[in-house]
Design a protein around this ligand. Structure first.
Ligand SMILES: Cc1cc2nc3c(=O)[nH]c(=O)nc-3n(C[C@H](O)[C@H](O)[C@H](O)COP(=O)(O)OP(=O)(O)OC[C@H]3O[C@@H](n4cnc5c(N)ncnc54)[C@H](O)[C@@H]3O)c2cc1C
Length: 547
């Protein structure tokens, strides 16, 4: 007999484990998340949170809190530039302004917020929604059979062991994922890119004059001594410097001297003195007074797991894909793994979904993981390690397509002929099944809400103003299948579309309809009215649920 039973066990209580716990709670599923460490992240690490993550955070009612918290450390604007050093020449601009062009695509914005500031907010919300988070607890063994998974947990303080029986396990246990290793799941990709360090520091002199009018945010540093990047807080005088490579990567004779590990391992034997030299060189002012608060060593890698699932166990976050931080994809992609998986687990546990729905997790998320690994690698090569050459890199896919334009192709989507694979700019996708449903502001009760605010818990049918027949059909089909389905006739239900942009944005006529999954992705659409709308909707729902 196990000591306890739980529908979902989550291994790892950091960014992705806590997000999974929060989203499962939102769907009414109890979970237990176990985490080795005593609390949430102690280092800032992830800081650049993208649109889709912020849309998820908005759905959880946390947008205002996260944006306010972000402003304690960072300004609401910021760019990403490359410099010789903070005092030196500016070499390139990668992102002029973090939120340039965002309006119109999303009701929210990208933010800089450090992972150690975000995680406690996620943890608190997860617990509010019914999750149990147990720190100083390690999962040391897993044994799965046809009916569930038995895990052995070790209480790291008491030194005792207990067992928990779960229907499903989510392994959000990081880039070295013990669960992935236990399941024998391999990784593919570009492997180890560099042994890197992060130097957390505080300057005792004002760096403001060096930054001049450069937007604060991320400053890549490229000089004969090193390559890496700064993330500075709004004062400009504190933050961290990542150093990926040391050595003059532009000189062939230097590369030739270190053929196997050219950018001599900066992490190995790093001392405070060496870190200070690197930091001063990156600032570009010898002898500038700075205090080093911490030095962390880590491996920059670009790899994706060969499978994201094994039976009842699912990999999420860095356990499933590891990328260099360039572009800010690691944590953001993990949050979207959780978003894709939570509703599928909830509907499977509720007996509403067919057995194949959970299989679509790998089918939908692994291609996105592989794309993300390649795109982060391209950004690493172009911004940090040009000596690697671009022969093995994909062309850059723009940030909007990466953040809110990635597409799903699986049995849980009724694809239309001619759909592009993998990604499409949100300007082009216009409600095409497989894409994230577009954002349109509608008016409601004298205020406004985004179409995105209608999604998140159940399936949603959005019909055009002449789509009354869909409303009647939807209620009947949902009742027959026992599926929760919210139906909105735009132009009715208290929802108005003053600008008249809803049908066009979703690629339908005023008599058409779109079926949106709980994760906000379009699963099916009818561009115009149908002869047998109830049959069409029943078939669509059955497909989306893999029944
Ligand atoms: C310098 C730097 C900058 C970055 N910048 C960004 C950025 O701007 N944007 C972004 O999105 N990402 C960024 N990242 C990446 C981001 O930090 C990671 O992608 C993110 O932390 C992954 O979260 P995770 O929960 O999957 O894994 P982790 O954060 O690694 O958490 C895994 C957790 O599992 C626990 N664990 C492991 N095994 C067990 C076990 N057996 N039992 C119990 N607990 C276990 C570990 O203790 C750990 O807390 C950056 C990373 C670095 C290093």
């Amino acid at each position: 007999m196990p000591d306890e039973e739980i529908p979902v066990l989550i291994i790892g209580g950091s960014l992705v484990g806590l997000t999974t716990a929060m989203l499962l709670g939102h769907h009414g599923v109890r979970s237990l998340s176990v985490e080795r460490h005593a609390g949430t992240a102690i280092h800032p690490r992830a800081g650049h949170f993208q649109l889709r993550t912020m849309e998820t955070i908005r759905q959880m009612g946390l947008e205002d809190r996260v944006r306010t918290k972000s402003l304690e450390t960072y300004s609401a604007t910021g760019g990403i530039v490359a410099v010789e050093s903070l005092a030196g020449r500016e070499l390139a601009t990668y992102v002029k302004e973090l939120n340039e062009g965002v309006e119109g695509f999303s009701p929210t914005v990208r933010v800089f917020i450090n992972q150690d500031a975000l995680e406690p907010i996620l943890r608190e919300r997860a617990i509010e929604l019914g999750a149990t988070v147990r720190n100083r607890t390690e999962a040391v063994d897993l044994d799965q059979d046809d009916d569930g998974v038995t895990a052995t947990l070790r209480d790291l303080d008491a030194g005792t062991e207990s067992t928990v029986r779960a229907q499903y396990v989510v392994a959000a246990d990081g880039n070295r994922s013990p669960t992935r290793a236990r399941l024998g799941i391999g990784m593919h990709g570009h492997g180890l890119l560099s042994h890197s360090i992060t130097i957390y520091f505080r300057a005792l002199a004002d760096l403001g004059p060096l930054l001049a009018d450069r937007n604060q945010g991320v400053h890549y540093v490229t000089n004969p001594l090193m390559r890496g990047f700064f993330r500075l807080d709004r004062s400009g005088n504190a933050g961290f410097l990542v150093v990926n490579l040391v050595g003059d990567t532009s000189r062939p004779e230097v590369i030739a001297a270190f053929p196997s590990a050219p950018w001599a391992n900066v992490a190995e034997g790093i001392t405070e003195q060496r870190a200070l030299e690197l930091l001063r060189a990156a600032i570009g002012v010898p002898d500038i007074p700075v205090v080093i608060e911490n030095i962390a060593t880590w491996r920059a890698e670009a790899n994706c797991a060969d499978r994201f699932a094994d039976g009842r166990v699912f990999l999420a976050g860095d356990a499933a894909h590891v990328v260099p931080p360039n572009g800010g994809y690691g944590g953001n992609t993990g949050v979207q793994d959780a978003h894709n998986l939570a509703w599928k687990l909830a509907l499977t546990l509720a007996g509403v979904a067919g057995p194949g729905l959970l299989d679509t997790y790998d089918a939908e998320r692994r291609p996105v993981g592989e794309l993300t690994v390649e795109q982060a690698f391209t950004r690493y090569v172009t911004r940090v390690a040009p000596y690697l050459g671009t022969e093995n890199t994909q062309p850059i896919v723009d940030d909007f397509s990466m953040e809110i334009g990635y597409r799903y192709d699986s049995p849980a989507i009724v694809l239309e002929p001619g759909s592009p694979p993998l990604h499409e700019h949100p300007r082009e996708s216009a409600g095409r099944p497989g894409a994230r449903a577009p954002h349109v502001f509608l008016q409601c009760d004298g205020g406004r809400l985004s179409t995105l605010d209608l999604f998140g818990r159940d399936f949603v049918l959005l019909a055009g103003p002449e789509g009354e027949a869909w409303r009647t059909a939807a209620s009947a089909a949902a009742k027959e299948l026992g599926v929760a389905l919210d139906v909105y006739l735009v132009g009715d239900n208290g929802l108005t579309d003053a600008g008249g942009s809803f049908p066009g944005a979703f690629g339908i006529s005023p008599s058409g309809a779109v079926l949106v999954r709980p994760d906000g992705f379009v699963g099916w659409r009818a561009v115009t009215a149908a002869d047998a709308p109830e049959d069409d909707l029943r078939q669509a729902l059955q497909a989306l649920l893999c029944r």
